[in-house]
Design a protein around this ligand. Structure first.
Ligand code: ZN
Length: 242
């Protein structure tokens, strides 16, 4: 099966549409949360994701905040402003979709979470020490995560006690082996100084992971954000990808 892996769309429909066009044919789609928050198109992104074939999707921290499951005081003032805007914008149908998202999905070979297998919604996996601990919290060969908006792979080889890190370059293919925690990067708000939308394709039969980047019309999204009065810093950051 050719599976589309997307995460952290953050209500950026232009980035999402560019990813879907670039990805070509796929049999299933796995989404690692944060469909909303920051961007101007929360309902449109949810509607588009819902149509994807064989969809598996987990809840992100911004999705939980939009559902008022998390106090927005836990976010910085600008993120809070974006969350409030999102809460006001979400339709009943979008809310119903977000409400049924699980925090974690355990499939045959892969575990899906937003943050980490230890704390599915909230933990940021940013270093090898914490990544190493997190390998104890899932039993499948692979765990897919989002949340940091950084494409990265942690792998644990049986002869090593500490996980190793690999930062894949854009548009590369690699064979999966050993145990891995993999982040495909963010569709709608990349933070690795590459402003292009990030996503991955996982070929589950061949065990191949493809890292993809695709340019999209950033100015169009920025114009919609300005029209909605969303925070200027969130508008600017899309351009540089941080
Ligand atoms: Zn996010």
């Amino acid at each position: 099966m050719r599976i589309l892996i997307i995460s952290d769309i953050h209500a950026n429909l232009t980035a999402l549409e560019s990813v879907l066009e670039d990805a070509g044919d796929f049999d299933a789609a796995w989404c690692l949360g944060d469909l909303v928050g920051y961007g101007p198109d929360p309902n449109e992104c949810i509607a588009r994701v819902r149509q994807l074939p064989e969809l598996k999707c987990v809840l992100g921290n911004h999705d939980a905040a939009a559902l008022e499951q998390i106090d927005s005081a836990a976010f910085n003032p600008e993120a809070r402003q974006a969350i409030q805007w999102t809460r006001d914008a979400l339709t009943e149908s979008s809310l119903i979709f977000l409400q049924q998202l699980p925090e974690r999905i355990d499939l045959d070979h892969v575990t899906l979470v937003h943050g980490s297998p230890r704390q599915p919604v909230w933990e940021y996996l940013l270093d090898t020490f914490n990544a190493t601990r997190c390998f104890e919290y899932f039993t499948t060969p692979y765990c897919l995560v989002g949340h940091t908006h950084l494409p990265i792979i942690y792998f644990l080889q049986s002869e090593h006690r500490l996980a190793q890190v690999y930062i894949p370059s854009a548009n590369t293919r690699l064979a999966l082996n050993e145990r891995m925690i993999i982040n495909p990067g963010s569709v709608g708000q990349p933070r690795d100084r590459d402003p292009r939308a990030a996503y991955a394709i996982y070929d589950s039969e061949e065990g191949i992971w493809e890292c993809h980047r695709v340019a999209y019309d950033i100015a169009a999204v920025q114009n919609r954000m300005r029209a909605q009065g969303l925070p200027e810093r969130h508008i600017q950051r899309l351009q540089v990808g941080w």
